[in-house]
Design a protein around this ligand. Structure first.
Ligand code: ASP
Length: 452
């Protein structure tokens, strides 16, 4: 009997990549190897690490539009009924808004309890250039795409979802004649999923590069300056993730939250390293369907919708930042002020996509609404990239949690998959081409060639 060494799972490899990224990044930062103009900074951190990380994020982003489009198309076609579609839509919308509202309330309570920022007088480290968040009227109008090709080219999620749903509904209505087109969409969806697997295999190296660069650039110094803000923020994020979300999960689905947490690890690391729920959509979708057992008819709809409108982690950052800045500037917000903050950030999260740094844009909108000085954002800017990584991981966990709950409530959750710890694990074999298939494909191509 040959004693083959056991292959490490992708999750383990990604975690190793992450840890080594932290170690190497810290090493560069603390030893001063990464000073401006040095070899390490120019060629390794801003060179190799930057390029590898950026290429990986590009590869993930490349998959988002075709994947969302085709899987949503298949999803709508397999749901088949407009009424069911409407019910799933309403349920997910309401649950997404409720969890976001709970998230920010928890954040405000926690930050107020610890009175962070009181008696502190910090100078702004970096400059914040204010960008305005889209007004609600524009958000509503832009849900309907004027040009679907432009929508796809821009990667605008809400109009893309609308266009895919209308196309799917029309395919159902056309009926038998559209059967081939539906089948084609199913094949395209499978091909896109395979691409996700291929891209995911590069993750351990890319995650290493992304994290090493962030840590090398940021170091620990900034963290200690804003220690209270960072500590309360991270505590609120963890409390929401493991407390509130898991409680809601247990109450609404009756499933074991520990299984959920274990199966979400890889997706969270992806969101953490890319700081983007949008770029993580392919991985979230794969996890929710293949690892957690939700049917694609539900997940193809709830996951991209969640990545766009559901941002619990971001809402938490806004709650903590609001209390922090209000305390620093000695502004008394009062109950009405805090209610406005809750309402504004829930609304703001609907119109902004899950891309890096968008939380700050939304924060400026919240600040101007409640009369806090927008330049206050400069105070938390230094640590925001790191916090963005953590909150993005919480954001995608919320999307996956609600997706699983909705699938369960619709009877579209495969419990055997959910409870199987190895279900849907990505491994190298998945992308290995079968030699026989390879020969068959080559023969078919040859035959077609000969005929013409
Ligand atoms: N980066 C976050 C996300 O993609 C959004 C944010 O808070 O900036 O989920």
């Amino acid at each position: 009997m040959t004693n083959q060494p056991k292959q490490l799972s992708l999750t383990t490899k990604v975690l190793i990549g992450m840890l080594s990224g932290i170690i190497v990044g810290l090493l560069f930062n603390l030893t001063g190897l990464q000073s401006d103009g040095s070899f390490v900074k120019t060629y390794i951190v801003d060179g190799a690490f930057f390029v590898v990380g950026k290429m990986f994020i590009n590869a993930l982003t490349m998959l988002v539009v075709p994947l969302v489009f085709f899987s949503l198309l298949c999803g709508v076609c397999s749901i088949g009924h407009l009424k069911t579609l409407g019910r799933i839509g309403t349920k997910s919308f309401v649950l997404y808004l409720i969890t976001t509202a709970l998230a920010i309330t928890l954040a405000i309570l926690l930050a107020s309890t610890f009175a962070i920022g009181q008696g502190m007088n910090l100078e702004s480290e970096s400059e914040f250039i204010e960008k305005s968040a889209p007004p609600l009227t524009d958000v509503l109008i832009n849900i309907i795409p004027t040009n679907p090709i432009k929508t796809m080219a821009n990667g605008d999620m809400l109009p893309l979802i609308v266009f895919a749903i209308i196309t799917g509904v029309s395919l159902i209505m056309v009926g038998r004649k559209a059967k081939q087109l539906i089948e084609l969409a199913e094949i395209a969806d499978e091909v896109m999923m395979k691409m996700v697997t291929i891209v995911m295999l590069a993750a351990p190296y890319a995650v290493f590069a992304l994290i090493a660069k962030s840590v090398a650039d940021l170091g620990l110094e900034l963290l200690s300056q804003l220690a209270a803000y960072v500590a309360v923020l991270v505590a609120a994020l963890l409390l929401h993730l493991f407390g509130t979300l898991m409680l809601i999960f247990k109450l609404l689905s009756g499933l074991n939250p520990l299984t959920f947490i274990k199966k979400m690890r890889t997706t969270q690391v992806f969101a953490f390293s890319t700081a983007s729920s949008n770029a993580t959509i392919p991985v979230t979708l794969k996890t929710v369907t293949n690892r957690l057992g939700a049917n694609n008819s539900i997940a193809s709809f709830t996951v991209p919708l969640g990545a766009t409108i559901n941002m619990d982690g971001t809402a938490i950052m806004q709650g903590v930042a609001t209390v922090f800045i209000a305390n620093i500037y000695g502004v008394e917000l009062g109950i009405t002020g805090y209610f406005t903050v809750i309402l504004m950030s829930v609304l703001a999260s609907i119109g902004t996509a899950g891309v890096p740094g968008v939380g700050l844009v939304m924060l400026s909108m919240v600040f101007s609404q409640v009369g806090l000085p927008v330049e206050g954002i400069g105070l938390v800017l230094g640590v925001d990239r790191l916090m963005d990584m953590v909150r993005s991981a919480v954001n995608v966990s919320g999307d996956a949690m609600i997706s699983t709950v909705i699938a369960k409530s619709e009877g579209k959750l495969d419990l055997a998959i959910y409870s199987n710890p190895d279900a849907g694990l990505v491994d190298d074999d998945e992308v290995r081409l079968d030699e026989q298939v390879e020969i068959e494909i080559a023969e078919t191509i040859q035959k077609t060639h000969d005929k013409s």
